[in-house]
Unconditional design. Structure first.
Length: 535
């Protein structure tokens, strides 16, 4: 019998396998404290037992609205171990947005802090399925929205309770991402999706037990959570960082001797404008980009500062975790490429009829393989639109599949060159990409309308050198108002929106706004006119 435990098949087994191999190895650092894999596994098991003791049925949802800290990680993996579904919520979200997610996924539990719970008091009564509020230890908190709180330490001290059998095709997580229409939608991922992603990403990044990864991205992002899964698969250490200023990132990299950093282009742009501690370049083995194309000048500046670090340029979808990467050896030859398929994935470029595009012919990027998610929570129509069968009456090579297989259609237009490398061309929908976040224009507009300070409005993204895209608003004044109160509207946005969603510009216009043939406000026409007028 092998002396080594079997490879993980379930999300939480990443931690337990690392504990079995190297129980005293460092696993997780937060502030001045570092936990070993033994401590992390103990708390994860205790959390799972405590959640089971709440009497939750298999597959019920556990919302987690916390900044990065030990409890955030333990609750995420503990929910998976209990046979439940974790729903990480971006800590930058406003209470109303947290409430939407909790209602949409029918959350039974929310894990948060006493301070955040107080902000949710007005929202929780609108979440009829919520039964339990688990609060990190701190100031005592009263019942919020009729839900009596329980302390984190009490949850972990609960006696063992019978659990649910968990298999790799069970739902493990719902990650919420903005859609091109309406409010955020939940991408459903299985244990198999998450573990396959961890193995694939850790494979091409060559993560090892001696690595220290900096978790700078939100854990509600697929790429942010991936810092945990790839590190735990390799038995490496993760440093949790809630930074206020870009300089905090550099300080943490120097202090913790970070070997791997994954970030979005706006952060890298900010970092290249700062003085770097010499220690960063001595230890950093690689830096990886996600969340949009990195400007060439930023890439060049990073490589000049970090001559020993390998650059990995990546493309991913929350719907499939991670799709492509450009090997560092190819960066000099094709720095504008998003690379080729990651291990254990196939990336296709298809025409509208499902047949494959010729070299350099634009088409839609389609991802098939073990990382493809299960669809969108509570949205069969959107699921049918994006997750489709291949191999069933399709033309081209797909007709050769022995069995039909689901793949995710990205909505992004790319081209593939004769050597198989992919290049991003544009997004088919109207999503805005700002500061590494995908933002729905409709969601922004709905918030603007809720202020009652606008008559009509339209939101769109305009290319920006550091943000990726800057959110611009064209709006009319409310009926009966002489003029649009831009200052009041901007102040209302700051109260209702996370910082990355706040518009960069609000531009008054006499109404009504122009319509397209379907009677809808013509967003494309207004965006084009804005860009041309600015030019």
């Amino acid at each position: 019998m092998s002396p080594y435990p079997p490879e993980a098949a379930l999300l939480h087994e990443l931690i337990f396998r690392a504990r079995a191999l190297t129980p005293q190895a460092p696993a997780l650092t937060y502030g001045a404290e570092t936990w070993t894999y033994e401590r992390l596994a103990q708390d994860t098991a205790a959390c799972a037992a405590g959640l089971r003791g709440l009497g939750l049925a298999r597959g019920e949802r556990v919302g987690i609205w916390l900044e990065k800290r030990f409890e955030t990680v333990v609750a995420s993996f503990g929910a998976a171990a209990a046979g439940l579904v974790m729903v990480p919520m971006n800590p930058l979200l406003k209470p109303e947005q947290v409430g939407h997610i909790a209602r949409d996924c029918n959350a039974r539990v929310i894990v948060t802090s006493p301070e955040r719970a107080a902000l949710l008091a007005a929202v929780l009564p609108q979440c009829p399925d919520l039964r339990h509020l688990v609060l990190t230890d701190g100031p005592a908190a009263a019942a919020s929205g009729g839900v009596a709180p329980q302390r984190w330490s009490e949850l972990l001290a609960a006696p063992p309770a019978p659990g649910h059998r968990v298999i790799d095709t069970d739902i493990c997580a719902i990650l919420y991402t903005s859609g091109s229409t309406g409010l955020p939608k939940g991408v459903v991922l299985s244990h198999r999706n998450m573990v396959a992603g961890a193995k694939s990403v850790a494979g091409y990044l060559e993560n090892r037990a001696t690595d220290t990864l900096l978790a700078a991205l939100p854990l509600s992002f697929d790429a942010g959570f991936s810092q945990l899964t790839t590190a735990f698969h390799a038995g490496a250490r993760v440093v949790l960082l809630n930074y206020l200023m870009p300089r905090d990132v550099l300080k943490a990299m120097a202090r913790e001797r970070v070997t791997g950093l994954t970030a979005v282009p706006p952060l890298y742009i900010q970092l290249t404008q700062l003085e770097w501690p010499a220690e960063v370049g001595e230890h950093l083995r690689y830096f990886a980009n996600t969340g949009g194309r990195m400007p060439r000048e930023t890439l060049d500046a990073l490589r000049a500062r970090l001559p020993r670090a390998l650059p990995f340029l990546m493309y991913g979808l929350t719907e499939a975790f991670r799709s492509t990467y450009l090997p560092p050896a190819e960066v000099d030859r094709r720095p504008d490429s998003i690379g080729r398929a990651i291990p254990n994935a196939e990336i296709l470029v298809l025409r509208e009829d499902g047949s494959e595009c010729a070299p350099d012919e634009p088409g839609e990027l389609v991802h098939r393989g073990a990382l493809v998610g299960q669809g969108y929570w509570n949205d069969p129509e959107k699921t049918a639109e994006r997750y489709r069968l291949l191999g069933a009456g399709r033309g081209g090579r797909m007709a050769g599949l022995q069995l039909p297989e689901y793949a995710v259609f990205s909505g992004d237009t790319v081209r593939r060159d004769a050597e198989g490398f992919l290049y991003f061309i544009g997004r088919r929908d109207e999503m805005m990409k700002t500061s590494g976040y995908r933002v729905s224009p409709t969601e922004v507009e709905e918030i603007l309308y809720s202020t009652r300070l606008v008559g009509e409005c339209v939101a769109f993204g305009v290319d920006h050198p550091s943000l990726g895209q800057a959110i611009q608003i064209i709006a009319t004044a409310p009926d009966g108002s002489a003029a649009l109160d831009v200052a009041a509207l901007l102040a209302a946005c700051k109260l209702r929106m996370p910082a990355y969603m706040v518009p960069a510009g609000i531009h008054p216009m006499a109404g009504p706004l122009p319509r397209n043939p379907n009677g809808k406000i013509d967003r494309k026409l207004l965006a084009t006119a804005f860009v041309e007028g600015r030019g």
